[in-house]
Design a protein around this ligand. Structure first.
Ligand code: ARG
Length: 246
């Protein structure tokens, strides 16, 4: 009986054990989500999430290992152990929360739209996009795609593997609008003043959170306390300022 009980107690291993024994924190994200995670021309990963992930790894005294993963398969990648955590601007949604655990919200955002200058000359807010004459682009598996379906059910929806491909359709003239996260859209609009117009009032509420595998209270406890610490001591503000206010 004693042997059975001992092995049963061992079954619930924390990701922490793995991280410490391997000496690395494997972080899933999908590069191409400005300014959270981007890939530089020379192949490095940079951004708000990347800086937080690096700092998090340092606080555990392990090395940071980036795991750049297609957005569509990012939760399966976590579940099958390809990474220990998703730090990828992921919104905490009920559907996702049935599959993974989320640490407390690290940033609150919402959905907005980018439209072509031609469309902007006819309408002045996102609501008017709910019309069969409009085509909307977004990224597969994102809350942007979800919001487009929910708020603009009459419009045609075209989904793309990456946000870069989706947003390009507005400049190409193949889509009238692009639905995505506010920080991304604000930055994209600032960099592409001639091809898109930003309707910057967000029409959803989305808390972003770090995702881990289920049944891991040890890791969850670590993450929530870590988040409080970096918020109170100024680390979070420093990193935030670097990517969102400069
Ligand atoms: N916040 C959106 C979502 O949760 C989009 C996130 C996309 N993130 C990325 N790293 N590509 O669905």
């Amino acid at each position: 009986g004693g042997i059975f009980i001992a092995s049963f107690a061992n079954a619930a291993e924390s990701a922490i054990d793995n991280i410490l024994s391997q000496g690395e924190l494997k972080v899933c994200f999908e590069a191409g989500y400005i300014p959270f995670e981007m890939k530089t021309k020379d192949g490095r990963f940079i951004g708000f999430d990347i800086d937080i992930a690096k700092h998090m790894a340092r606080s555990m005294d392990v090395k940071f290992t980036p795991v750049n993963t297609a957005w569509d398969g990012i939760i399966p990648a976590l579940q099958t152990g390809k990474c220990d955590i998703i730090i990828g601007g992921m919104a905490i949604t009920p559907q996702r929360n049935l599959k993974v655990m989320f640490a407390d919200t690290y940033l609150e955002i919402g959905q907005t739209v980018l439209v072509s200058p031609k469309v902007a000359s006819k309408i002045d807010n996102a609501r008017a996009l709910n019309d069969a004459k409009y085509t909307i682009a977004s990224q597969i598996g994102t809350t942007g795609a979800q919001a487009a379906k929910k708020f603009f059910p009459k419009a045609k929806l075209d989904l793309y593997e990456t946000s870069a491909d989706a947003v390009l359709q507005v400049a190409n003239g193949k889509a009238d609008a692009f639905v995505y996260d506010l920080p991304y859209n604000a930055l994209y609009a600032a960099q592409h003043k001639d091809t898109v117009v930003h309707f910057s009032e967000s029409f959803t509420y989305e808390p972003l959170g770090w995702a881990i595998r289920q049944n891991d209270p040890n890791f969850l406890n670590f993450l929530n306390n870590y988040l409080v610490q970096i918020k109170k001591e100024g680390t979070y503000d420093r990193i935030y300022h670097k990517w969102f206010e400069s």
